[in-house]
Design a protein around this ligand. Sequence first.
Ligand code: TRP
Length: 456
Amino acid sequence: MDSHNRDPQKRPLFSSRLSIITVAAGSAIGLGNIWKFPYITGKNGGAAFIIVYLCCIALIGLPVLISDFIIGRRGGGSVVSSFRALAGERSPWLFGGFIALFGSATVLSFYGVVAGWSLEYVVKAASNAFSGKTPAEVGTMFNDFVTSPVAPIVCQLVFMSITAGVVYAGVKKGIEAFSKVMMPVLVGIIVLLCFRSITLPGAEGGLAFLFKPDFSKLSAAGVLDALGHAFFTLSLGVGTMITYGSYIDKDEHLAATAVQICIADTVIALLAGIAIFPAVFAFGVAPGQGPGLVFVTLPNIFAQMPGGYVFCILFFLLLAVAALTSSISMLEVSVAYASEDLGISRQRATLVLATLISLVGVVCSLSMGKYQEQLTFFGKNVFDLADFAVSNVEMPIGGAISVLFVGWMLKRRKAEDELTCHGNITVPFVGAFVFTAKYLAPVAIAIVFLHSLGLI
Ligand code: TRP
């Protein structure tokens, strides 16, 4: 049962520790870091929120990430076959695999829509579409674009085609090779943007906002936002890291790898904050703008900034690149399942799944515009519904299943065996990790879950 059914001949493995970190950080670093983290930080008052967020990453995000890696590497297969290998053919734990498949496909359907917007904004920035516009005009421009029936769908489909192209090419030749080129590009761009932002006159206000905590600005809802975001930003709860874990070599130090991924993800989120808030403050704009921060406030600021034309193009390019290395990880979950468990070729699985997921994405996109009325259920349009179903329901359940599985089903002996590479390396804090997996993480997740459903 507890098999290590990997056949090195058949199953691809990432080539080195650096590759693993690049690919997994590529998944983790995405729209969540560059679009969502800055605006929820803005909404929740800055530094105090960031401190809570860091605690959530370290205390909950990291243990869930390690659990995902343990399940993936020890199970040695797709998200479903990993649970099957470890728990048995008809085990109820298999539910964890199937719900992750559903979650990863759903998250990609609406993620592809927002990622498509970033492609359009690269083009808009290049054609200088924001210069001389008032904030209200840029707001209308954004609104008109996302609600129009054709343009955002074309962008979404272009984005999804690139995603499918990378996954089609395979784990090593596609995903690994692509991430190894794109991640340095991403880091280069974000560092450039940070320099531009902090050298603006009046930038100090933004740095103080990010780094001087004022706990009076923090609310209970802010704490829950922080925990929910820790899940999203580390790509947890939908099988992504289980699938990637199955491509990690058996001699690799899982816990150290996971720590490095968390650090990379957090550093990039903070850099995104440094690229954005000093500029926001330098131009006297309120930081708590919500989701429009990146697509409305920023283009306006860039339009007034020296060199802003180039930096604006770079910013949206950054967003697109970050989104791509994430979307490939979402598609890989179901492609790995279809090609390994259902025996469909990887290429065919990629084409079929990317098409289906894109079609759901098209519905998400249309539900924000002309067909909003027909595409609204339970008071939410399909886009918001998909986001809610994954971020607030599926992800917490999927994440809880991972930690509970490692804490209660594998138990300490097997978890330790996997973390220490069968006793070959020493790993500190195994006891603390197992305790967190058994009690702390599930309770914290349950609280966020119940809160997001409005039950507490
Ligand atoms: N973590 C990515 C981000 O911050 C998004 C992402 C990739 C993701 N894979 C995921 C989110 C799986 C949830 C689940 O943008």
